[in-house]
Design a protein around this ligand. Structure first.
Ligand SMILES: [Zn+2]
Length: 507
């Protein structure tokens, strides 16, 4: 009946208009609502003495029992036998018997957002991650050089102690991905363009350049950027395109290769023909070239090119998603709703896009990537733990522990995995005087654990106390950080701002 149909469609139209208006109003209100932050703890008043601990020396992979640690201000002032602790008039003592202490953990590959104080920093600290290398925020995908990563704007607040955050060791430039799209590049034009871009990035104070070029980019584009960055005195890190041969001596100054998905193809003589698709992974493995692989890894060790496999977010993720365990991921409560939706959608596409007959090849590819990490370590490559948090189902803080487990499953001992998240990154980034081990003079960043992490790497999750920048955080404090993020992740304010950040027409 046309009359009824017309009435029905007008009711539907009014309902859609009303809902759109309601969502728009909620979005505007949410965007305007103020953001909450965790209060910053006051410094401890007196020297802190933790007695009779077992120190896990992650640098040498040994445990030293019956040690005392003294913290004054934000530095460790003494590590040694409990009976040798200097005498203080006033002191706060903590019994450490039966407990283990490891250095604050590093995550060498995270991503941040304007909302990281609400969504990420509390999770990182609650998981004992006290130092991070930020590989880019929303600004990193914008080629507007005026868009500055939020973390850089927070640096003053972090330094003055008004913002609670792990130490941001370095922040990436915007992701260099659009240079030399045309494979027939003119060498002079390319050189000039690269130089101009790097000079501009250097002028705005980027800590290092992140390359995220197309997997099939003309290799000349990659080597020109690396060469020009070196000439400008800038560090360069990033994804390794399949078209690039890491044995090229022009690439010697690359500071770190990110992701196993970029490095594994280097271990095959089919590298140049690889297209990254599931079908060609089996062909790539069939043409594995151990000699070439050893040469690539030896050159990385020689050139001090670090390696951050991010198994949990890269080849490992491709494999793990197929098990569908992400559907019952309890940490999803710490993730903002728009991101939950995006992750679910990504996972759906990844699973739907994998044919049943491709699964054995995917598993073999994953196992090969694990083997390569162990091999890289055996060659003396600086293997560093990085989670790539913000990638689907990789939650900040928890993701680093997942990656440590991946490293152990790849064949590293728990001590080697812990070193990849403490001593190795500190040394690789030239900061070993201040970080990376429990030694007098270094920053007082450490985790006191209930169980021995050298027996089981999962014990590194059982944090009894966090000492960060000389301040003490109890288990209750850490649980409060987790609850804070869970409440923020479901709040109107955070979700509206998250959504607005995604859909606003500028960055
Ligand atoms: Zn990343």
């Amino acid at each position: 009946m046309p009359f009824f149909q017309g009435k029905k469609s007008s009711i539907l139209a009014r309902f859609v208009v009303a809902m759109t208006a309601l969502v728009s109003v909620a979005l505007v209100v949410g965007v305007l609502l103020p953001l909450q932050e965790l209060p910053v703890k006051a410094a401890e008043a007196s020297p802190l003495v933790i007695e009779d601990l077992t120190v896990i020396d992650t640098r040498n992979g040994i445990e030293i029992p019956h040690q005392a640690i003294v913290v004054i201000g934000n530095r460790i002032s003494f590590v040694g036998r409990t009976e040798d602790v200097p005498v203080f008039n006033e002191v706060r003592r903590i019994a450490g018997a039966g407990k283990y202490v490891i250095p604050g953990l590093w995550d060498a590959h995270i991503h941040s957002l304007r909302l990281s104080p609400q969504l990420h920093f509390p999770l990182l600290l609650a998981n004992g991650v006290t130092s991070v290398r930020d590989m880019g925020d929303a600004c990193s995908w914008s080629d507007n050089l005026k868009c500055l990563p939020e973390i850089r704007k927070w640096k003053d607040r972090i330094a003055e102690g008004s913002l609670l955050s792990p130490r941001i060791i370095a922040t990436a430039s915007y992701h260099v991905e659009n240079l030399g799209q045309n494979r027939d590049v003119d060498t002079h034009v390319l050189e000039n363009e690269s130089r101009a871009l790097l000079v501009a990035l250097k002028a705005r104070g980027d800590d290092f350049i992140k390359l995220q070029l197309d997997d099939h980019v003309n290799p000349l584009v990659f080597s020109t950027l690396v060469t020009q960055a070196h000439l400008q005195g800038m560090r360069i890190a990033g994804h390794l395109p399949f078209s690039v041969d890491l044995l090229d001596p022009l690439l010697a100054s690359v500071q770190s290769v990110e992701h196993d998905s970029g490095l594994l193809p280097q271990c095959s003589d089919l590298l140049a023909a690889f297209d990254g698709r599931n079908r060609s992974k089996a062909r790539l493995l069939a043409r594995a070239d151990d000699k070439r692989c050893d040469a690539v890894l030896a050159s990385m060790a020689r050139n001090r090119t670090g390696y951050v496999p991010t198994h949990i977010a890269s080849i490992g993720q491709d494999w793990h998603l197929l098990s569908n365990t992400y559907k019952s991921d309890e940490r999803i409560k710490y993730v903002a709703l728009p991101q939950r939706f995006m992750w679910r959608f990504f996972a759906y596409l990844a699973v739907a896009g994998t044919a049943a007959e491709d699964r054995p090849a995917l598993e073999a590819y994953y196992r090969a990537s694990q083997k390569m990490t162990q091999r890289a370590l055996a060659h003396g490559v600086a293997v560093m733990a990085g989670s790539d948090s913000m990638d689907p189902y990789v939650t900040h803080g928890f993701g680093l522990h997942d990656e440590l487990l991946e490293l152990v499953q790849a064949g590293l001992t728990p001590a080697q995995a812990l070193r990849a998240a403490s001593w190795t990154p500190a040394l690789h980034f030239g900061l070993e005087r201040d970080y990376g081990s429990i030694e007098a003079g270094k920053f007082a960043d450490m985790l006191i654990l209930d169980k021995n992490p050298l027996q089981d790497i999962q014990h590194a999750r059982a944090i009894n106390l966090l000492i960060f920048d000389g301040k003490l955080y109890t288990r209750e404090d850490l649980d409060a950080m987790l609850s804070f993020t869970a409440s923020q992740a479901s709040s109107l304010s955070v979700n509206s701002k998250f959504l607005w950040g995604m859909i606003k027409p500028w960055q």
